[in-house]
Design a protein around this ligand. Structure first.
Ligand code: ADP
Ligand code: ZN
Ligand code: ZN
Length: 745
């Protein structure tokens, strides 16, 4: 008997299956996915590897076949099903098999459990409620928040309280001193919430919710597994729908994975799942220690839990009988991995679901172009929730034209309308969020007077400004000099679009000296938990205004925020990326959605140089369908995803000349491969310099291949991988593949 082994060395040349003899003492024990030690190479160095299969015969000279030394006792075995998924990922996204195997195995080592802190309420319900009233009266918001949560759930994990409820240790200490709570420590306490009786839910679904649930249930009962897209505005009750679907799946004895972007994995969301599934739920997040994560995985594997909630990597939870994968906020960029294999969680979830006979439910208020396109093609079943479940009104949105402001002599970054509304909110003691859209920071050049943006004549994306005065297209490499006057209106006010959060904070403080301003950006969140502290302070109403980058628009509910200002919508509109319109629409919609989450109705101001741009117009009108129609026409016209497929081949190396030669050969070879199959024409673009042409003295180049069919690109990728492997010229060049990249660098 022989085992097929992938050795744990990431190198293209070693990316193949090695056969080893299975010693009889291990024969009964060994299974697919296990980590083993094998002698490897000329010196028979002990090397780790994974078993990916077995065979009766051996393709090599039998006298040279070595024997497996041992099973790695602290290694974790990869589920056989996940080995198959890893093979699929390697094929679809490129990279080596060992990289793919490591991706589906998020934890490498068995870990010992650690000590954990938790918080217990010491007061009975009545005393607790009185105390809560007292805190509210005294306006002690953090204390009130913690106590309210404990009245719901008398024992809470410290992590959950500090990270998700944004309560600081000093508040916890204060309540401890008052005898309200006790801070306890115990050996691993596996669930962030103490097991509590599941509450009977008293919710009456809206007609739309009921329809979505019924469609899913009927299909599920008929074993018709597929992908569903739940398109529902914020607050339309998507989460309730997921919970009901999961309940159906759990009742049938199968398990569900729920992917939620880490930033949206709030205390409230987690608690909603606990309330329904109690102890049968587990969460995975990057803050858990390796030991805790290991514990969660083992629980999942042994069937102790029905639901795993977590970010992208939770997709690889080794459930014995997976029935459903939910991906909430499916349009989020974080679902695409930026490490080889650069997989997309949505596609990978579909692949896993197909292998295991499960369904996939995607949900969003602003579905990605990809998903809506698939839904329109009939590949996904579309389930729409158009109404908010509790009838809150949507915010009123004003669009202000920054060109007009300049004409009227207002040089401030705050438009007249925004200033007026801010004044009003400050007087009423309601809160304000000012959001600086910095996505496309790679400075585009625009005219302050007429809003003109310099674009590539070949690609319809904006040109990026490089130090030294050049403007460059990151798609095709087109270059031109920066103009000194606006080609459109002749104004001299043309230059790089620049504004930072700090400048805005200063401007707000000068304009409204009495306002308390908080700022959240890369600088203020650098220290540990900086992010949480700022959000906690804002939630506790220790500030009137929160200024920040896109970090502040996601996932957090501040009921007292009734005004949102988007200071420069254009920043992402003209980033040099074909997804710029989509991203802008999503960000604006989310930002607008931040206003008026509580009882009070909200307002939003979008400031822009391009009030006529369809992403701005449709976001202001909160009209997704109109946005989709415009955007899909553009994608179709330009041949961008999802209408066509794009493969980015990144090459990097220390020797610039050598890298350039390598890229030229690669392009020539790709051309030849493409010409061999005229049935699926491929456009090859580049090599171009990506946004950052050199990092740490390593030069970077990128080649784009564009065609209708994804499988054509996979074939080309496979050919290129072989070509790179046999040509020693590529020994010093690193090549990475990215299918339908999220960012074009
Ligand atoms: P989404 O996930 O679409 O943003 P949620 O599921 O979070 O929406 O629902 C928003 C709020 O409305 C939640 O507080 C939820 O409990 C409540 N809700 C959802 N569906 C209903 C319903 N049918 N009746 C009453 N409240 C509901
Ligand atoms: Zn101009
Ligand atoms: Zn171009």
């Amino acid at each position: 008997m022989f085992a097929n082994i992938i050795v744990d060395i990431t190198h293209e040349k070693l990316d193949k299956i090695f056969q080893y003899r299975v010693p009889s003492r291990l024969a009964g024990e060994l299974s697919v996915g296990m980590e083993v030690f094998v002698p490897f190479g000329k010196w028979n160095r002990q090397t780790k590897g994974y078993v990916v299969g077995f065979s009766e015969t051996c393709d090599y000279d039998l006298s040279k076949v070595k024997e497996i030394a041992d099973i790695s006792r602290d290694g974790i075995a990869i589920e056989g099903k996940l080995v198959a998924l890893a093979a699929w990922m390697k094929e679809q996204y490129g990279g080596t098999m060992i990289q793919a195997l490591k991706t589906v195995l998020p934890i490498k080592q068995k870990e010992n459990a650690k000590m954990k802190k938790r918080i217990r309420l010491l007061l009975d319900k009545d005393t607790g409620k009185k105390k809560l009233d007292y805190y509210l009266e005294k306006n002690q918001k953090a204390r009130a928040r913690l106590l309210a949560a404990l009245l719901d759930e008398p024992v809470l994990e410290y992590e959950l309280v500090s990270k998700k409820l944004n309560i600081t240790l000093s508040v916890i200490r204060a309540l401890e001193e008052q005898g309200v709570i006790a801070l306890e420590e115990e050996r691993v306490f596996r669930n962030p919430v103490r097991g509590k009786e599941q509450e009977a839910r008293t919710i009456t679904f809206t007609e739309e919710q009921q329809h979505a649930i019924d469609v899913f249930r009927e299909d599920y009962e008929q074993k018709r597994y597929g992908t569903y897209l739940v398109h529902g505005v914020t607050g339309s009750g998507k989460t309730e729908v997921y919970i009901e679907m999961i309940r159906r799946v759990a009742d049938s004895g199968r398990q569900a994975i729920v992917l939620i972007p880490e930033i949206a994995l709030t205390f409230q969301t987690v608690m909603r799942f606990y309330r329904c599934f109690g102890d049968r739920v587990s969460i995975m997040n990057s803050r858990l220690s390796a030991g805790e994560r290991y514990d969660q995985l083992m629980r999942a594997k042994s069937g102790e839990v029905d639901v795993m909630i977590g970010p992208r990597s939770a997709l690889f939870t080794p459930f014995p009988n997976l029935g459903l994968i939910v991906i909430d906020e499916e349009h989020e960029n974080t679902y695409k991995s930026e490490q080889t294999p650069r997989y997309h969680a949505r596609e990978t979830a579909e692949a896993r679901a197909k292998m295991e006979g499960a369904s996939v439910v995607l949900g969003s208020a602003t579905p990605s172009m990809e998903s809506m396109y698939r839904a329109r093609l009939g590949e996904y079943r579309l389930l729409e929730l158009k109404k908010r479940s509790r009838e809150q009104e949507m915010a009123d949105v004003y669009v202000t034209d920054l060109r007009e402001e300049l004409k009227n002599g207002n040089r401030s970054i705050l438009s007249e309308k925004l200033q007026e509304l801010m004044e009003d909110r400050l007087n009423r003691h309601e809160q304000i969020m000012l959001f600086l859209n910095r996505r496309g920071y790679a400075g585009f050049i625009s005219c302050r007077e007429c809003g003109y943006v310099v674009k590539c004549p070949h690609c319809d994306v904006s040109l990026s400004f490089h130090r030294g005065g050049k403007m460059v297209c990151h798609y095709c490499g087109h270059e031109e000099a920066k103009p000194n006057v606006c080609p459109e209106c002749g104004s001299r006010h043309i230059g790089e679009f620049k504004a930072g959060t700090q400048q805005i904070e200063d401007i707000v403080k000068r304009r409204f000296p009495e306002a308390r301003v908080l700022r959240m950006d890369m600088d203020t969140t650098r220290e540990k938990d900086g992010h949480e502290k700022i959000l906690a302070a804002f939630a506790n109403e220790e500030a009137d205004v929160l200024v920040g980058t896109q970090m502040i628009v996601k996932g957090h509910d501040f009921p007292n925020v009734t005004l949102v200002g988007v200071l420069a919508a254009d920043m992402s509109l003209y980033s040099d990326d074909y997804r710029a319109g989509e991203r802008t629409f999503q960000l604006l919609t989310q930002a607008v959605g931040r206003a008026g989450r509580g009882e009070k109705k909200g307002e939003a101001v979008i400031q822009t140089y391009s009030p006529e741009h369809y992403a701005v117009v449709t976001a202001a009108a909160q009209d997704y369908a109109a946005f989709y129609e415009e955007e899909i026409q553009y994608r179709s016209l330009m041949g961008y995803p999802p209408v066509e497929n794009l493969l980015a081949v990144f090459a990097s190396g220390k020797d610039e000349a050598h890298l350039e030669t390598g890229c030229r050969y690669l392009k020539e070879y790709a051309k030849r491969v493409c010409q061999a199959d005229p049935s699926s024409p491929v456009e090859i673009i580049g090599p171009a310099s990506p946004g950052i042409g050199k990092i740490n003295d390593v030069y970077r180049k990128v080649l784009y291949l564009k065609t209708e069919r994804y499988d054509t690109l996979v074939k080309i990728k496979n050919r290129l991988e072989q070509y790179i492997e046999v040509n020693s010229g590529f020994n010093t060049i690193r090549i990475q593949f990215d299918f339908n990249p999220m960012n074009v660098f």
